[in-house]
Design a protein around this ligand. Structure first.
Ligand code: 5RP
Length: 227
């Protein structure tokens, strides 16, 4: 009798898989940094269901805070901790060195703040997020509203196109530009440059706060990449 080939896992199932795999990085009775997005939602659900007792979570968004509180996970302010062992978050893109593009969910500024508190950044992502070079996904840039037009012109001068994300106001009352037409060959230099343009709150390249580990959901299961 021939074995029936199993159906390939959906992207949603891969997200569930890596959300559960991230539990291995949670040390009981510590405070955990928690990112934002549909993959992180799977991690939050897995954490709540796991019975692992943690001292609380520092959240990167109103969205994750609300989800955690609804599931009985205590949420602390970033100002209440001086460091975190681990920060667990998704990504829109991750390259082979652990550099990421983030901000598809508009939470990039708080994500970078919480990531900066953590000793280890665990990225959880399905394999569609892995890229050779950053720039395929439109790069989110959080900006002070009055500077949006001039920042758009600066990107145009680089040959890129920045579009205002319609109807999006961030948790910090700012706007998001989504930038296409970039190929980011030196993520650290790009991040440092764009971050100091007047009016830029945060650029969605995470090079300084890159991933330490990536749990990548693939058809063969979870691959652990370390950087
Ligand atoms: C939110 C983010 C997310 O981590 C990123 O957009 C990935 O989201 P998802 O897990 O839903 O694919 O940076 O600002």
């Amino acid at each position: 009798m021939t074995a029936t080939p199993s159906a390939p896992m959906t992207q949603d199932q891969l997200k569930t898989l890596v959300g559960q795999a991230a539990l291995a990085y949670v040390t009981p009775d510590t405070v955990v940094g928690v990112g934002t997005g549909s993959t992180v939602d799977k991690f939050i659900d897995a954490l709540a269901a796991s019975g692992i007792r943690i001292a609380g979570a520092v959240s990167s968004s109103v969205r994750s805070t609300e989800r955690m509180k609804a599931l009985g996970i205590a949420v602390l302010e970033a100002s209440e901790v001086s460091s975190l062992d681990v920060y667990i978050d998704g990504a829109d893109e991750i390259d082979h060195q652990g550099h990421m593009v983030k901000g598809g969910g508009a939470a990039l500024t708080r994500e970078k703040i919480v990531a900066d508190l953590a000793k280890t950044f665990v990225c959880i992502a399905d394999e569609s997020k892995q890229v050779e070079a950053l720039g395929r996904f439109p790069l989110p840039v959080e900006v002070i509203p009055m500077a949006a037009a001039q920042i758009t012109r600066r990107f145009a001068a680089m040959g890129a196109t920045a579009r205002l994300r319609e109807g999006c106001v961030t948790d910090n009352s700012c706007h998001i530009l989504d930038v296409t037409g970039l190929r980011i060959t030196d993520p650290a230099a790009f991040e440092a440059d764009v971050n100091q343009w007047p009016g830029v709150v945060t650029v969605g390249v995470f090079a300084r706060n890159k991933a330490s580990v990536c749990l990548l959901g693939t058809a063969e299961g979870v691959k652990t990449l370390t950087f």
